[in-house]
Write a protein that binds this ligand. Sequence first.
Ligand code: PHE
Length: 443
Amino acid sequence: MAAGRGHFGSRLGFVLAAAGSAVGIGNIWKFPYMTGQNGGAAFLVLYLALTFTIGLSVMLAEFAIGSAAQRNPVGAFARLKGGLWPVVGALGLLAGFVILSFYGVVAGWTIAYVVKALTGALSSNDPEQLGGIFGEFISSPIEPVAYQALFMALTVGVVLGGVHDGIERWCKVLMPALFILLLVLIVRSLTLPGAEEGIAFYLKPDFSLVTAETFNGALAQAFFSLSLGMGAMITYGSYVRKEENLATSAIWVTGLDATVAILAGLLIMPAVFAFGFNPAEGPGLSFVTLPAVFSSMPFGEVFAALFFLLLSIAALTSAVSLLEVVVAYFVDERGFGRKKAATLFGFLIFLVGVPSSLSLGVWSDFTIAGKGFLDLMDFVATNLLLPLGGFFIALFVGWVIYPRAIEEVTNRGEIAFPAARLWGFVLRFVAPIAIAWILISGL
Ligand code: PHE
């Protein structure tokens, strides 16, 4: 282990930190509205299929790269092969930077909703009123930016604490709490009068709704949700002890992430139909639907505040991994101290995120290719950079360093890995071909 680099303290710590990165507002905010916009159950099926084939394989590939190189994404490619490969790491850094810029905006909303829940501002089950509250809030020029700043400051704070005391310690407590609260809320949502229609929309696939765009959306969502394609899992893999079973860890992280996404859909979709919201409503879906669920429960405000608090925390553990990628590069390769790197880049990323927030209000007239700034950032990073990163990571591990990667996954033959051939096949052929085909036809 390179001196001075952090590392995870326990076997569980690594899995929970990686799961903390994966489970975030991607699961609870993005997944339900993507599902709503893309025809419901058919999207869910595609998303799951891509998650457990390409997603799982690329996650293990990232762990193997990180563990073999003990470096940030750029340094890892340089160490293992060099040539043009470090460019893949650099694209990952860029993706991390861009994603965190708008992620911080939406995460700020979740903090704001904790406050709104506590002050009773969300106590309504009228779709129009809740939509109005949300619309007014996100289009204001000041309030959401202030919450975004607060969230980014918290993210910097955790990253300053380092790998073991900062990242690992938080994830261990917060992930289980989120999970339990989700289960409680689902019971309420499923027992709402009129929930059946939502359940059918969510679980009965109609494949006539599937288009090339659905594929692109499902793949992008799988990568985004699993934190893949930009080196977050390379970075976390670089902090892991060699005797860790990487394949089992990858299965756990993928499984947990998919479970939380499925549960989030099971929470939101019945409520969408029960209260007469529009499933294709878009990015506001969770923020307008959930308050209606809470207002139909005893102690609704308390549950609402608690839920948005956990959501903020889930967002925090993901944001930390995004910032950590950038910080690890500047610490490993550019001689920055952790403090300086975290503060400086946390601040720069905040600044780049401000136009994303304003694009929902005062700057909404400014569009490129018909998209506002936030949508554009999201599209470029999530729909293009992540799948592209995944494409190259699969090729790299499948074709360039495969024997070395197997050594890493088996800890030089100490750990059994019966799926070795299948993994190689997916990385060499299935993932690159599928990703290329989906990207090309999606555009
Ligand atoms: N996976 C996180 C989420 O679902 C977002 C994320 C993407 C985090 C890429 C790190 C890297 O919210």
